[in-house]
Write a protein that binds this ligand. Structure first.
Ligand code: SAM
Length: 425
């Protein structure tokens, strides 16, 4: 647009936030997206991109400051692509997440959010240092995180949202990066078990002095792997680490999914327990990962089938069944879209289907079969409101959406997790 030239500064008023937490200013109806700004603020903005239908800019000076602005406690916030709403008061961020969820449900699912019980976002006990998993990138002896939407590395000394043990590790590993060939380091940690896993991605062999250096005086490191050509090779210690959720113990392999915010995951799964009652006997847990939900809801009166596509996740799930002495649960390694037709053909009676898909949501054919199986309840856990909305659109002909609760699983970022309860009409 002619009015907004790249590289020039303009004074703009922020009227609202978009679904990525960026402030939006408008000139007539033309939107300008400005990260790190909040509604009500007057900002001097440098335009970084000017297109026919929109522009983007960066704040140069805050002229009027929102009461919802919060102090930034990270040196890398403006450069890093990790957190994006650290500048926003926590409670205001929670309200934004609920509002975003409602808007996206309407936009992509045509869901009448005024008629549905949508609860306030459940806050996380830990706002900082909550992540039990992180992947640091390594380049030219520097280690850190990527810049927003880029592969430019920011060399960091610590990260405010990862477990504190990862920051201690970061200080030690910096001494060993020269000529190591390492391109990525993934760290996983069991908060209740104090067990840590380290995964080095490299095509070169890992020098013994690195293993010795990082394990010396660090008994938390229980397992070290090398990831090479998509294969995990154990270099040190145990093959797995463990974590507890709601007093059950879970074994975690290097490539198995596990919720990144342990305590918040417990709150989410307590809600799953609340939604299932004593009449619910036959339950299908789709996208089950290492079997967490199946195991938490299991009892000797219920038959549960868990399905996940990842081989190691199902191997973990079967061991987790034994560790927790659980009966009546069967885990299947298969694509959900292949399992549902078999269940349909077998005419299997189901009371509840639990769905916890990846960000891409549920495929069309699986949704079609769920609409034919018609269990009396569906419990849908989602980390992506856009695909949730799309899938609920397909399900709402046969189901009433009884309640949706957003969860702050990823504090200081715009991301929102949610759980929806659907009951057959
Ligand atoms: C968000 S995770 C949920 C895991 C589990 N419910 C939990 O809370 O630990 C999604 C899971 O879906 C699995 N997955 C992805 N696509 C799949 C598919 N087409 N069929 C079966 N599982 C799939 C992934 O391996 C991952 O474990």
């Amino acid at each position: 647009m002619d009015e907004f030239k790249e590289g020039k500064n303009y004074k703009l008023s922020i009227i609202r936030q978009d679904h990525n937490g960026r402030g939006i200013a408008k000139f007539n109806r033309y939107p300008i997206f400005i990260p790190y700004t909040l509604p009500g603020e007057l900002i001097e903005v440098k335009i970084t991109k000017s297109k026919k239908n929109y522009a983007e800019g960066l704040p140069e000076k805050l002229i009027t400051v929102s009461k919802n602005r919060y102090k930034i406690s990270c040196d890398y916030f403006y450069a890093c692509g990790g957190c994006d709403i650290m500048h926003q008061r926590y409670q205001d961020g929670l309200s934004m997440k609920k509002r975003n969820l409602m808007e996206l449900l309407y936009k992509f699912g045509k869901i009448n959010v005024q008629l549905i019980k949508i609860n306030d976002t459940v806050e996380s006990d830990d706002i900082y240092n909550y992540r039990n998993k992180v992947t640091f990138h390594v380049k030219d002896n520097k280690i850190g995180l990527y810049k927003y939407k880029s592969k430019d590395l920011i060399n960091i000394n610590e990260c405010g949202i990862v477990n504190e043990n990862f920051n201690k590790f970061l200080k030690i590993i910096k001494k060993y990066l020269t000529n190591s060939g390492i391109s990525e380091i993934t760290l996983r940690y069991g908060e209740y078990t104090d067990e840590m896993m380290v995964i080095f991605k490299t095509t070169k062999n890992i020098d013994e002095k690195i293993i010795k250096g990082i394990t010396k005086n660090n008994e938390k490191i229980k397992s070290i792997y090398q990831l090479k050509s998509n294969k995990y090779k154990l270099l040190y210690g145990e093959e797995y680490i463990h974590e507890k959720l709601l007093d059950k113990t879970f074994r975690i392999s290097p490539d198995s999914f596990f919720q990144v915010n342990t305590k918040q995951a417990e709150k989410l799964f307590e809600n799953v327990l609340k939604y299932i009652d004593s009449k619910d006997k036959n339950i299908l847990d789709l996208y089950c990962g290492i079997g967490v939900i199946s195991i938490i809801i299991s009892n000797n009166k219920r038959n549960i089938i868990g399905v996940d596509i990842v081989d190691s996740a199902i191997k973990d799930a079967n061991i987790n069944k034994e560790i927790n002495n659980v009966k009546n649960v069967k885990f299947i390694r298969e694509d959900v879209s292949n399992v549902l037709p078999v269940i349909k053909k077998a005419n299997k009676h189901l009371d509840v289907i639990i769905l916890d898909p990846p960000r891409t949501g549920i495929d069309k054919n699986s949704l079609k079969i769920i609409n034919e199986l018609l269990p009396k309840k569906l419990i849908y856990i989602s980390c992506n409101p856009v695909t949730l909305a799309r899938d609920l659109k397909d399900l709402k002909t046969n189901y009433d959406i009884k309640e949706i609760t957003p969860y702050d699983m990823f504090p200081l970022t715009h991301h929102v997790e949610s759980i929806s309860l659907l009951v057959r009409k």
